[in-house]
Design a protein. Structure first.
Length: 427
């Protein structure tokens, strides 16, 4: 479990430098169109259709360490192609080629993620999962913060595309060291099972409670991805933020998440994952898009820094809770196939949401701004639609069953009692 923190930190550097503001900035420097921006944020979700292949291989082999290392290596080496695209292909096709690399690398990453999730589900004791993954998420968030600050400062000072190429190459080097550490992980023995791919895919959908969880998870991913692909373009182009300012935003989120994820993990261990997830999804809908919109309407970046705080609070609850709820909703035997089904379903939903975000933004941008908000743009409408969908996600979460889980109202009542007990005004 300690080794996973070190390995995860190295991989977090790689993940941060092959996504978010770095990859968006790289695309813009290559002359990308708006549909490239929408696709680069959504094709990693489409790549999750490869998740069942990772599950199938894991079931057939019965061992996950070597399989995970091999798939991870393939995924990370593909990013060398992305780094050298300006030298390898004509400028006109470079953005499209970068989107293709993101998709291919994402296929291997999705297959590896399925294997790794089921593997860690066996490594970390069930009674400690909330605390451990909450702490791990917080620690990796700080590592990602430092990586973003370093990348932001470098990208603001070195001309593209060399700046982006150097960042990608260093990220790949860190990820390959992570593969070496992956080979040192403990791998609890599992039963080898010979299943047809159809059997493996069908088994999770025959489990009623897991189907209810999948309905919630796919809806949530769809609503998030309606707005997510254009958050970074909005920051960089609409608000005129620099890469350093974007890194500062992620730093606020990372420092806050160091505490919020640990707290939420402890709460999840005591109260269950459902209530934590209900609170987190509501906050992600009510507080994040609202502050983005206010920043655009007022021109005040204070709202962006406030959104970074709530980003950490909301996603500090959502990330470990949805991960743990997927594990507890699946039986231990054949768990990897359930994780693959979760990855597949949410991947398709995320891709559809992300693919729709581009045309929706174009449609919303053609609308006339209301008189009471003359600075209102298509970005704001897109974020508002995503916000309403996020806020309502708890409705689909309610039917999901979780042993010994508190009701959301009981968790809020307990939080109110603790808050007032410290002499703080609840409202």
């Amino acid at each position: 479990m300690r080794l996973s923190l070190v390995e995860g930190g190295l991989v977090q550097v790689f993940l941060n430098w092959t996504s978010g503001s770095v990859i968006i900035g790289y695309l813009l420097s290559l002359g990308a169109a708006s549909w490239h921006i929408a696709l680069v944020g959504s094709v990693p979700f489409l790549a999750q259709v490869a998740s069942p292949l990772g599950a199938y291989a894991a079931e057939a082999l019965g061992r996950r360490r070597g399989l995970s290392a091999a798939i991870a290596t393939a995924s990370r080496l593909l990013w060398l192609l992305a780094a050298f695209l300006p030298q390898m292909v004509p400028a006109a096709v470079a953005p499209t080629a970068l989107v293709a690399v993101v998709f291919l690398a994402g296929c291997f990453q999705a297959a590896n993620g399925t294997v790794w999730t089921a593997w860690m589900g066996d490594v970390v004791p069930e009674g400690r999962r909330g605390r451990y993954f909450g702490m791990r998420t917080g620690v990796l968030g700080v590592v990602g913060m430092l990586a973003n600050l370093a990348a932001g400062a470098f990208l603001d000072r070195v001309a593209p595309p060399l700046s982006f190429q150097v960042v990608l190459l260093v990220g790949v080097a860190c990820a390959l060291v992570g593969v070496a550490l992956l080979l040192m992980h403990h791998d609890p023995p599992t039963e080898r099972r010979s299943l047809r791919l159809g059997q493996l895919l069908g088994q999770p959908f025959r489990e009623p409670n897991f189907r209810r969880f999948l309905r919630f998870a796919t809806y949530w991913q769809f609503m998030v991805m309606l707005g997510a692909p254009f958050v970074m373009p909005y920051f960089l182009e609409e608000l005129g933020m620099t890469f350093t300012q974007v890194a500062f935003w992620s730093s606020i989120a990372a420092l806050t998440s160091l505490f919020s994820t640990i707290l939420w993990g402890r709460v999840a261990d005591a109260a269950g994952n459902k209530a934590v997830l209900a609170v987190g999804t509501f906050l992600a809908g009510a507080m994040l898009p609202a502050n983005w919109i206010l920043a655009g309407l007022t021109g005040d970046l204070v709202f962006i820094w406030v959104s970074a705080f709530f980003d950490a609070v909301a996603w500090g609850a959502i990330t470990p809770a949805i991960f743990n709820l997927a594990l507890v909703s699946a039986p231990r035997t054949g768990r990897v196939s359930f994780v693959a089904a979760y990855s597949l379903a949410t991947g398709v939903a995320g891709f559809v949401g992300g693919a729709l975000s581009g045309p929706l933004l174009g449609w919303f941008s053609s609308w006339e701004a209301p008189r009471f908000a003359p600075d209102w743009t298509g970005y704001h409408t897109l974020f508002a639609v995503s916000a309403v969908g996020r806020v309502l996600a708890w409705v689909l979460l309610r039917p999901v069953q979780e042993a010994h889980a508190w009701r959301t109202r009981d968790l809020l009542r307990s939080a109110r009692t603790a808050w007032k007990g410290m002499g703080l005004p609840w409202r």
